[in-house]
Design a protein around this ligand. Structure first.
Ligand SMILES: Nc1ncnc2c1ncn2[C@@H]1O[C@H](COP(=O)(O)OP(=O)(O)O)[C@@H](O)[C@H]1O
Ligand SMILES: [Mg+2]
Length: 317
């Protein structure tokens, strides 16, 4: 057996033209994906883009309509059962047993995955500490906060020490602090060598990934590192907070050099060809129309703007 150099390590997840249909819907359309061992890969895209279906396919929970996929060396079509020991899959609606305690939930999943009794105690303690749940181990799952429930679900997903984690929107609906704690745990797991594929609606989370795949209508439309995705945004960005954002938005959209206006509540993000040139023009136009505003400044585009901009361009095509 020959040793391959680092950049020739075979992918741990590899799909070729992976496709899944539901009756009339092509949920995943000719997906070519190659994920290296130890990657932290983010899956983003609007609702219905095919993120959940992709993760369920990779978890061996759905039959493939056409194409192929290999996960941890196993062919998904032929050995879906073998894959299950290698992966930890956390569904969008992960079911904990509300009436069972934290500890009992962990034992339940340990049983499900035939974790050796001799290993259970040590492993449980480690996971509890890791998830910050040690002092809550006797509390019923239903009585944990939303953030703690997610961490318990993750701990249950980790009980059989999978090489690959497939996480479907694990932090949706959780408060920002818990989201950050959850991601700190993911980062630690990733640093310890676990390959992670995680879908998320939060762009700050996508920014923490090594690579991000943007899905749209079942297809992977962009797959690059967060920096490259931000760089794909056309133009420069100006931010301002008008008192009447609707009127200001309509006015600014009609000005020369304005490529796109995105609204975040009453905050406007204006993409322009040149911020130096257009910022004074925008201010003059607003003043002329008696539209007041605060906090106008030039800002660096984030994943959020790049993402919205890319999706808009796809919708126009
Ligand atoms: N079990 C199913 N039966 C029929 N259609 C489905 C099913 N699951 C998903 N779909 C459809 O497939 C498409 C992709 O869905 P999904 O993978 O859940 O997207 P996402 O997770 O990105 O929101 C959607 O149009 C959805 O309605
Ligand atoms: Mg989904």
């Amino acid at each position: 057996m020959s040793f391959e150099s680092a950049n020739e390590v075979p992918p741990i997840i590899e799909t070729h033209a992976l496709t899944r249909d539901f009756k009339k819907t092509r949920a995943v359309d000719s997906l070519d994906l190659s994920i290296r061992p130890g990657e932290l890969f983010g899956l983003v895209g609007p609702d219905g883009a095919g993120k959940t279906t992709t993760l369920r396919l990779l978890a061996g929970l759905l039959n493939i309509t056409s194409g192929s996929a290999k996960v941890a060396g196993y062919d998904l079509a032929r050995q879906p059962e073998a894959i299950k020991r290698k992966i930890g899959y956390m569904a969008q609606q992960f079911n904990l047993y509300g009436e069972l305690s934290v500890l009992e939930n962990l034992s339940f999943f340990a049983d499900l995955y035939d974790v050796e009794v001799s290993e259970l105690r040590e492993r449980t303690e480690r996971l509890l500490a890791f998830a910050g749940l040690t002092e809550f181990k006797d509390r019923r799952a239903a009585q944990l906060s939303g953030g703690m429930q997610k961490k318990l679900a993750l701990a249950c997903t980790l009980i059989h020490q999978p090489e690959i984690l497939l996480l479907d929107e694990p932090t949706t609906g959780v408060d920002p602090i818990s989201r950050r704690e959850f991601w700190d745990i993911l980062t630690d797991l990733n640093l310890a060598g676990t390959t992670i594929v995680v879908s998320t609606p939060y762009m700050d989370e996508a920014d923490r990934c090594l690579r991000v795949g943007l899905m749209y209508e079942g297809r992977m439309v962009v797959c690059a590192d967060p920096q490259q995705i931000r760089a794909r945004i056309e133009g420069e960005l100006i931010e301002l907070r008008p008192d009447d954002w609707q009127a200001a938005c309509a006015l600014i959209e009609s000005l020369p050099g304005v490529l796109e206006v995105q609204t975040y509540g009453n905050l406007l993000h204006v993409l322009v060809d040149s911020a130096d040139k257009r910022l004074p023009e925008i201010e003059t136009a607003l003043r002329k129309h008696g539209l007041t505003y605060r906090g106008v400044r030039r800002v660096t585009p984030r994943m959020e703007e790049a993402f919205i901009s890319l999706i808009r361009r796809l919708e126009v095509d």
